[in-house]
Design a binder for this molecule. Sequence first.
Ligand SMILES: *Cc1c(COP(=O)(O)O)cnc(C)c1O
Length: 249
Amino acid sequence: MMILSEKLADNLKRIKGNIEDACTKVNRNPADVKVVAVTKSVEIDIIQCLIKMGHVDIGESRVQEMVQREAIIKQSFTRKLEPLSATPRPELTQPRWHMVGHLQRNKVKPLLPFIEMIHSLDSLRLAEEINTSAAKLGLNHKVKILLQIKTSKEKQKDGLAVGALSSLAETISSLPNIEICGLMTMAPADDLKKASFCFNRCREIYEDMAKEPFITPRFKHLSMGMSGDYIQAVEAGATIVRIGRTLFE
Ligand SMILES: *Cc1c(COP(=O)(O)O)cnc(C)c1O
């Protein structure tokens, strides 16, 4: 466990260093870039490790796994169970859970009580489901979402078509229990030129949308960049990078 957490700390430090360098290059403040650790490929004890290191933003791509993990980790806080209890650390912060993967409408409800942000809002029907479920649950806050947009031509990628985005966003912004907090995109793997193109395109769309009358001050995030392309994403203006593999290697 010691070696594991040292390795994790090293990797996180390296990633943050790379983010700082990218920010320096384009004259941005590194404090404006948040790392979401995407833990879908690792065991839950690694999440516990991250929490002990003070890393609070955790991403998952599958609802069932996230719900199970959230419950276990919450218990380890509230009932002081192992493994967090071994050394009681009152200063530890509960994780903030980010849904980054494609979300099916029938799986929305169990996420809503605890989710920090849904990065993958890719249809109006999903937005309506979130809105209705939030009302049924009596949530006393709006659900924060990012609109996932399609910036590459790859067929398999989920996301809203750019052409329909503005009118869709206006409709979604009228739903009372949802708050549009920005945009998310995914670039094609293994082609950094194309990735940069996608990220810059996403930032342009973001800047255009920010001028729309229905947009609120909460609209301030660009979630883009993964292990293979987060440096390009930061250079293009990402405020959130979603990193898995390179953090755990
Ligand atoms: C898995 C995943 C990531 C992290 O990918 P890595 O290549 O492991 O860094 C980011 N975003 C989404 C939507 C994912 O599904």
